[in-house]
Design a protein around this ligand. Sequence first.
Ligand SMILES: Cc1cc2nc3c(=O)[nH]c(=O)nc-3n(C[C@H](O)[C@H](O)[C@H](O)COP(=O)(O)OP(=O)(O)OC[C@H]3O[C@@H](n4cnc5c(N)ncnc54)[C@H](O)[C@@H]3O)c2cc1C
Length: 309
Amino acid sequence: MSVSETIQNEFKSKIQGEVLFQESMARHSTIQVGGPVDIWIEPKDENDCKVAQELAQLHDLSFMTVGRGSNLVVRDGGIRGVVVHVGDAFQTVTIHEQKNDTYIIDVGAGMMMKQLLSWTADQALTGIEGLEGVPGTVGGAVAMNAGTPHGAIGDAVVSVTWLEKAKLVTRQAEKLEFAYRKAKIPRAATVLSVRIKLEKSDGAAVLGKLQELRRYRQSKQPLQQPSMGSVFKNPDKTNTAGKLIEEAGLKGVRVGKAQISPQHANWIVNLGGATANDVEVLIRLAKDTVKEKTGYILEPEVKIIGEHS
Ligand SMILES: Cc1cc2nc3c(=O)[nH]c(=O)nc-3n(C[C@H](O)[C@H](O)[C@H](O)COP(=O)(O)OP(=O)(O)OC[C@H]3O[C@@H](n4cnc5c(N)ncnc54)[C@H](O)[C@@H]3O)c2cc1C
């Protein structure tokens, strides 16, 4: 146990939301692997996030924020320090401004992307349908600049508000340097809300587009098994990571209970009981084999964090 009981008690007494110690990260990642985090916090409101950052700073503890854990591999030794989960308490969406057909909306960072898309379909608003099928929170999507060939969240973002060193910061999209699966948001920031620009459309058309993209994903991706979606970024449009890994002969290869999906070679699935080490060994195998056979250096899209056991 690397955090003293005195410090644990201080977190417990000063934070209104839930505070758990030695909480398994496998419970909070979609691929269901990972060791325990010292302090896991479910903030009840913005003030809880602020207090969590202040206490982490005061006691010199490492600090990070997560959403649904759909892009994370947490190593089996877990995480030393504090993890704040921006979830249920931050699931809000309001129309900030409307001018003619343009709508500016404010979305809480804990809103699930799926919930937001269904809200946009109800409101007949278009602009982010390309995100259909991306699991996770809006905060996570912005931190990752999540997207598909049909568009990335950064294309529609107006500004992002986060807490950094317990201070509120709002940055306009131009300053966030959105690029392929990245955005300029400080590592220790807790994104609280995102302002997004959408256009009025036809509700049935928005819903139709979402359904079409959902059907496409269901036919191509191993959605029934625990995973983190694509593991590597695509080097380019023709030589996708999936194609390179498949051509390297790795489709279906297993390490322990983790497998390179026989359906989509850029996905690693948990067959039940995989460890983070199984997943990480497969990631390394794919990277090394593709480099050796093609010269391409694959860069992980997923975030690999925490300590080896
Ligand atoms: C089945 C499946 C399909 C997927 N398909 C796609 C896809 O098509 N396109 C795509 O881009 N991704 C895809 N992903 C990956 C993943 O869903 C996205 O990256 C998603 O946006 C991550 O959101 P999250 O809330 O789960 O973030 P997490 O995985 O919890 O975190 C990801 C990163 O964001 C940071 N972060 C999360 N929330 C916050 C916050 N509130 N404040 C500050 N930092 C934060 C974390 O520190 C971490 O660095 C897929 C994953 C799965 C499991």
